[in-house]
Structure formats: structure tokens, C-alpha cells
Design a protein around this ligand. Structure first.
Ligand code: PMP
Length: 433
């Protein structure tokens, strides 16, 4: 009989995975709290919350129960011309939690669609207002906003997008702000504002760009200058939303609030695909007209899927519990102690240790500073042998656990990681000296 891996190999094409010479996918049969369990019974701590989505752990019975009950009631309905309780209740509950006076929620399916919707809203805002000039999007170098064409266009031009560069629209890229470049960035914004429709940014941490963390105060000055120059601000909180940075949203750390916010990933606790683009009244005002041509002509088959909205409501219930807030705080404290321990060891191969909220990251300073780094290629396998699942971004290694992880389980992750670092340190001893 063929193994699941063989059957998979015959029919499936996996995301971000080469077709040739790729590692065999591990057949997973169960999720339980922080654990991913494979078909031979091996348990792995999910140290990156399955691509950052799974904030409450796997197969959470509370969320599962709510989805089950909703599935018996209404699994899906077209969202043009119809509405339903889960969509309205989720919007009513989310709007007051969002980091600004947002007025409307637009539903879609995932993080890429959430950012696509946001840039389309910003561009059409100016089009509806009759602007002939404001047509460009401003974004950060090293940004990542998704894999569809619009989302790729507003993301860093790199190996992910290389095959499509001829087809991506022109975007103005700037560096993330520091005390040193802030003056020149604000001047640049002033000089170019006449043609810029909107500015999209990942607040505080650029995720796929390598967990690059930057300062809230300088960002605040930059955002203020963007808004003063009449540019729509779009916070992509697809990764940072729902407690990841210690507060519910990363924008909560920054005084200047966005006009549009994009959410996905942790939104449903990692159980169902759902995207949200929320905006303020300033944005909707440009669409609130009798002119049918100024309608926002965008929608997806699964817009506001009732099961996904129900999962999001259940995930919010869990997120708003005191024990979840306490756990987020504990993860942060444990991460800080881990960084301290790493720094004290003074490993030659470890650099740039850093932490924001529940995310800790550092670089391995051997080989390329890039996604195709060879040293970290065997990393995931080596860590899985130690019972921990982590997936590096090139030479950037990071931990982003589900919030239900215990101190004990975090220690297992740190210990496994430290063991691997020491193995690498030994292996490259001769090269490093
Ligand atoms: N924005 C950010 C900040 C992200 O990190 C991601 C995914 N890593 C996306 C957008 C795209 O989300 P999705 O993978 O759900 O399309």
C-alpha cells in the first residue's frame, strides 16, 4: 500500500516548496493544544503557530463546538443582498476593539485579499473623488503583503516575486523609519505626496521580510507626516493583529492611527480562512453616493462565510479572557529571559537577538543573509527530531507560539533551539575562527 507521502507526491503541489528535491511532507493526523501530531504518534510543539494563524492552539474544543453548531444552522450564503448574524455580530464586536474610529468592515478570504481590498479602496477613494494624480502606493522596503498580484506589487521585490517583476505595478518604496533617516523620509513624502494615494505598512514588525522590528515613536512621526500630506494610511495587521505584539493590535502602540486596517491569520484562531479590511468613515464617504460607477466592485464567493465569522467570534471570546492576556505577558517575559541567556552565551553564530510581544527572533550569521541560506536548510528537520516545529525565514530564526503554550513547553522550545545553536557553533568552529 502506498504511504500518504507517496500519494501526496503524486497529486499535490505544496506552497513555498520546490517540486524537486523537496523534503517529504509529514503526514499530520491530529492537532492538540500546542501540539501537531503525526501518523506515527510523534508530537511537535508548533513554535510558529502554523504560519502565525493558530493563536489558541490546535483543535480548540470551544471554537470547534461553535463551528459545528453554526454548520448545522447556516454554512454559507451569498453575501450580496443577504446578511447573517455571525457577520454582523463579528463586525459589531470588532469595530470598538480596532485602534481607531473605524466604521465599516469589508470581508474577504485571507491576508492577501485583505491587503488587495485595502489598496483598491485607497486607489478608488481618489478616483471617486476625481483626483487625476493620486495613483501611487507607498510601501516599505522589505515589506510583504501577500502573494496575489496587487499584494505582490506592494511587497519587496525579491526572490518571491522575481518571475513577475514585469507585471507588477509601480510602487514607491522607502526604508522603515529610524532617528537617522526620519528627516529625509518626511521630506520625501512631502515632495511626492501629490501622486501618492495610500501608504501600506506592517506596524512594528515586518514579518516575512525577516521579523524586522522597528520603533513605534519614529513610526508615529512618519505616519503623522503621511496623514498631514493627505495620504491614506493602511496598517497591514495580518500578522501583528490579535495580541501578537502584546497589545491587541500593533497600531495600539502608535498614536497616529490608520485609515484602513487589514486582518486575517489570528482572526479565526487559525481555524477558518477569513480576511477583514476595516475603514473609517473618511474612506466610506467617497463611496457613499448615488453614482453607481463609484461602487466598490469587489467580492469573493466566500465573503463573510458564516462558519469563519463564527470561528472569529469564538476566537475573540478566548482572546478576551484574562488568562489569555496573562499568557501573552508570560510568553513575552520568557522570551526576554531566553534572549538574555542567548546573549550571555555570546554565541558566534547568533546575532541581532530581539523580541516584540510574543515574537522572538535572531539571525544565524553563517552563509547568506537571505531566504535561500544553506545553513538553516536542515534546521526544521533537526528541530523536529527534538520535538519542536520551527520554520526559519532564510537565516532568520524566530519563535511565534500559540498563546496557550506553557512556561514548561516554552523551555522545551528554547532548549531544543539552544542545542541546535551549539551543534552549529561546533560544526562551523573551524570556519568561524
Ligand atoms: N500581510 C502580512 C503582513 C502577512 O504576513 C501575510 C502572510 N504571511 C499576508 C499579508 C498574506 O496573507 P495570506 O497568506 O493569508 O494571503
Amino acid at each position: 500500500m502506498q504511504s500518504l507521502q507517496q500519494r501526496d507526491n503524486a497529486v499535490i503541489w505544496h506552497p513555498f516548496s520546490p517540486l524537486k528535491n523537496t523534503t517529504e511532507p509529514v503526514p499530520v493526523v491530529k492537532g492538540e493544544g500546542v501540539y501537531i501530531i503525526d501518523e506515527t504518534g510523534n508530537r511537535y510543539i508548533d513554535g510558529i503557530s502554523s504560519w502565525w494563524v493558530n493563536i489558541h492552539g490546535h483543535a480548540h474544543p470551544y471554537i470547534a463546538e461553535k463551528i459545528y453548531k453554526q454548520a448545522l444552522q447556516l454554512e454559507h450564503v451569498i453575501f450580496a443582498g443577504f446578511t447573517h448574524y455571525p457577520a454582523v455580530e463579528l463586525a459589531e464586536r470588532l469595530l470598538p476593539l480596532l485602534p481607531n474610529g473605524f466604521s465599516k468592515i469589508f470581508y474577504s478570504d485571507n491576508g492577501s485579499t485583505a491587503t488587495e481590498v485595502a489598496i483598491k479602496m485607497a486607489l478608488q477613494y481618489w478616483w471617486n473623488k476625481g483626483s487625476k494624480e493620486k495613483k501611487k502606493i507607498l510601501a516599505f522596503n522589505q515589506s510583504y503583503h501577500g502573494d496575489t498580484f496587487g499584494a505582490m506589487s506592494i511587497s519587496e521585490r525579491g526572490i518571491f516575486t522575481k518571475a513577475f517583476h514585469d507585471h507588477l505595478f509601480d510602487v514607491i518604496f522607502i526604508d522603515t523609519p529610524t532617528n537617522t533617516n526620519l528627516g529625509s523620509l518626511t521630506q520625501f513624502i512631502k515632495d511626492n505626496a501629490h501622486e501618492i494615494a495610500g501608504f501600506i505598512y506592517e506596524p512594528l514588525i515586518q514579518g516575512s521580510g525577516g521579523m524586522r522590528m522597528y520603533n513605534a515613536d519614529v513610526m508615529n512621526v512618519l505616519l503623522q507626516s503621511v496623514q498631514d500630506n493627505n495620504i491614506i494610511t493602511i496598517a497591514d495587521e495580518v500578522m501583528t493583529g490579535f495580541g501578537r505584539t502584546g497589545k491587541i493590535f500593533a497600531s495600539d502602540y502608535i498614536s497616529t492611527k490608520p485609515d484602513i486596517i487589514c486582518l486575517s491569520k489570528g482572526l479565526t484562531g487559525g481555524t477558518m480562512a477569513l480576511g477583514i479590511t476595516a475603514c473609517t468613515e473618511k474612506i466610506t464617504e467617497a463611496f457613499n453616493t448615488d453614482d453607481r460607477l463609484k461602487t466598490f466592485f469587489h467580492g469573493h464567493s466566500f465573503t463573510a462565510n458564516p462558519l469563519a465569522c463564527t470561528a472569529a467570534l469564538a476566537s475573540l471570546d478566548l482572546l478576551q479572557k484574562d488568562e489569555c492576556a496573562a499568557s501573552i505577558k508570560n510568553i513575552h517575559l520568557q522570551h526576554q529571559s531566553f534572549i538574555k541567556a542567548l546573549n550571555e552565551k555570546n554565541y558566534t553564530v547568533v546575532k541581532n537577538t530581539r523580541c516584540t510581544g510574543t515574537i522572538v527572533a535572531f539571525e544565524i550569521s553563517i552563509g547568506e543573509d537571505a531566504y535561500l541560506n544553506d545553513v538553516t536548510k536542515g534546521f526544521t528537520n533537526a528541530m523536529m527530531q527534538k520535538g519542536v516545529f520551527l520554520r526559519p525565514l532564510g537565516n532568520t530564526i524566530y519563535i511565534m507560539p500559540p498563546y496557550c503554550i506553557t512556561t514548561e513547553q516554552l523551555r522545551e522550545v528554547y532548549n531544543a533551539l539552544q542545542q541546535w545553536i551549539e551543534e552549529i557553533e561546533k560544526e562551523f568552529e573551524n570556519v568561524l575562527i
